[in-house]
Design a protein around this ligand. Structure first.
Ligand SMILES: [Zn+2]
Length: 239
């Protein structure tokens, strides 16, 4: 993975403005690891790469703000990019045989999430995601439609996918100091990293504005300053 300069990172942020979260995930990885094909990665591995990217861009320590489901108190949860299990290679193909059903399937990849993001409603997106991951569905050796799979079998498929690609569902646990309520919730690295990038971009563009206004420098000239030099100039202009 290469490290992006401020100018390239701003371009990534700008290009991602009109995109949905799964597309932003691939945009970030495409820009920083152009040799790989992030859309083909299982979602857990994609997220593992995003955690590694976050570490390179902003460091290991992360602070996630969440509301206690018990009393509504806002909590700051300290996290570390390395606390999450990052899965290794998951099998290309899986098989589930039960009660005469035979299902060959694979785990969801980044490109699946992009394709399903346009669906309206969670249920429709989940159905399409499942369809994309099914390679063969049959009952007593006769091919059947995905919609004809019983609910418990679909749950079995989802569970098997989660087991071989555990990084696809990052979990954090928290305890509320106010009411001692304990809970687990999903940590969404795509949204988290994009929000950080957004905050960073706004800060940098404010710096550009401050220095360009005083010194008449171009955006490029300001961005080419090292962070230390930029900070010193900002102090000199009273920012
Ligand atoms: Zn609470």
């Amino acid at each position: 993975m290469s490290t992006l300069g401020a100018s390239e990172l701003l371009q990534v942020w700008e290009r991602g403005q009109s995109l949905r979260a799964p597309e932003r995930a691939l945009l970030l990885l495409d820009a920083t690891a152009p040799a790989t094909s992030p859309g083909d990665l299982p979602v857990g591995q994609r997220d593992g790469q995003l955690l590694a990217l976050r570490e390179r861009l902003f460091g290991r320590g992360m602070v996630s703000i969440m509301a206690c489901p018990g009393c509504g108190e806002k909590l700051e949860l300290s996290l570390d990019t390395r606390q999450f299990t990052v899965s290794g290679d998951s099998p290309k193909e899986l098989l589930l045989e039960r009660g005469g059903f035979r299902i060959r399937f694979r785990v969801p990849i980044g490109a699946d999430l992009v394709a399903c993001a346009a669906e309206s409603g969670v249920a429709a997106a989940e159905r399409q995601l499942l369809r994309r991951c099914l390679l063969e569905t049959s009952l007593h050796e006769h091919s059947i439609d995905a919609d004809d799979l019983p609910e418990d079998l679909v749950e079995g498929l989802t569970q098997a996918m989660a087991e071989v690609d555990p990084g696809a569902d990052l979990q954090v646990s928290a305890t509320c100091p106010a009411c001692e309520c304990r809970w687990e919730s999903t940590f969404d690295i795509v949204t988290f990293l994009w929000t950080e990038l957004q905050d960073w971009a706004i800060r940098v563009l404010r710096d550009v504005h401050a220095l360009a206004s005083v010194y008449g420098w171009t955006e490029r000239e300001v961005l080419e300053l090292s962070p230390w030099r930029r900070r010193l100039y900002l102090q000199l202009v009273g920012r």
